[in-house]
Design a protein around this ligand. Structure first.
Ligand code: FAD
Length: 293
């Protein structure tokens, strides 16, 4: 099913993200993880695309397993280090596997790029270029957005101006980078409205269930970590069960506040851990049902 239709048909949606393995040996186990997530009946499951296209085949395979189990799949696709032919072949492969939804991304600049390397051989240097191609191919297309600004953007204003290219190219929805302070999302949504951007925005929630994750998250996303979350990490760093429980409670709190304030899409970065997704669903299931009924 097309995600645009799912978002249109419900007041609140809840979806998950999984990532493919680096090595083929782990593929079957990640497919099983993805299939076990379908049993929780999310609205869709997204599958990331390894940085620089390192795991490209696996994304389509995992997405196909998700679709075969009755849940809509969203396959991520990046432009970095891809030729136009390679992008078109990937899109054809996704279509053959009955995948109708793609998250169009530029991708990060590869850390191992050498001076003079053309990292965009397709000439698609921004996600908006890929959005146009995917729309021509008849796909339902999502894009990424950054409540705290993309690290390369000069300012919040420049970030929104550039986000507009993606929206004008035809994205059906946007998914946010993770954030840990809901006020960051609310002011971002306000800026989008002021800029005339009205496509659905799905809020990306990363449950922090391991204190060491926090420093990785700051590196990856530059996200602001509120004092309350830092205190949880400090207090429960050496107690894995307590950290897991507190991290799930923090994410649950974020989700309930978002839904209470009218946010219509929650996208959970599961880190391939069905137990985390299950615990969160358990905490918010009745809230979502009450709104959708
Ligand atoms: P773009 O939209 O192209 O933006 C990149 C930068 O260029 C921004 O600063 C933007 O403001 C600027 N910009 C955009 N258009 C223009 C223009 N026309 N002129 C000038 N400047 C412009 N990475 C992966 O490798 N695999 C994944 O599966 C993956 N999934 C992700 C999922 C989500 C929800 C998010 C938020 C990020 C994901 N990423 C993934 C990371 C993403 O690839 C990086 O954040 C990357 O640096 C930017 O990708 P983008 O699609 O947002 O790029």
């Amino acid at each position: 099913m097309r995600i645009a239709d799912i978002l249109n048909s419900k007041k609140v949606t809840l979806s998950f993200e999984v990532f493919p393995p680096k090595k083929k040996e782990a593929l079957e186990s990640i497919k099983k993880t993805a299939v076990s997530l379908t049993e929780l009946k999310p609205d869709f499951i997204s599958v990331t695309f390894g940085a620089g296209g390192t795991t490209k085949g696996y994304t389509a395979e995992i997405a196909e397993a998700i679709e075969e189990n009755g849940t809509a799949a969203l396959a991520h696709l990046t432009c970095v280090r891809s030729t136009t032919d390679a992008l078109k072949n990937t899109i054809d492969d996704l279509k053959t596997r009955n995948i109708k939804n793609v998250l169009a991304l530029r991708g990060d600049f590869p850390k191992d790029a050498v001076t003079g390397e053309n990292i965009f051989p397709s000439g698609y240097t921004h996600a908006s270029d890929l959005v146009k191609l995917l729309k021509q191919e008849g796909m339902c297309v999502g894009g990424a957005c950054y409540p705290e600004g993309h690290p390369e953007s000069r300012s919040h204003e420049a970030d929104i101006e550039q986000l507009k290219y993606k929206v004008e190219a035809g994205v059906d929805f946007l998914t946010t980078q993770m954030f840990f302070d809901n006020d960051m999302l609310y002011s971002f949504l306000y800026r989008l409205q002021s800029a005339g951007i009205h496509v659905p925005v799905l809020a990306g929630i990363m449950p922090i269930t391991n204190a060491n994750q926090v420093s990785r998250m700051i590196d990856l996303s530059n996200a602001y970590i509120p004092r309350k979350l830092l205190a949880i990490c400090d207090r429960f760093r050496d107690s894995p069960e307590a950290m897991m429980q507190a991290g799930i409670a923090y994410a649950t709190d974020q989700i309930i506040d978002l839904i209470s304030n009218g946010v219509r899409g929650i996208h959970i970065y599961t880190m391939n851990k069905p137990e985390i997704a299950r615990a969160i669903i358990h905490n918010v299931d009745d809230i979502i049902k009450a709104i959708n009924n």
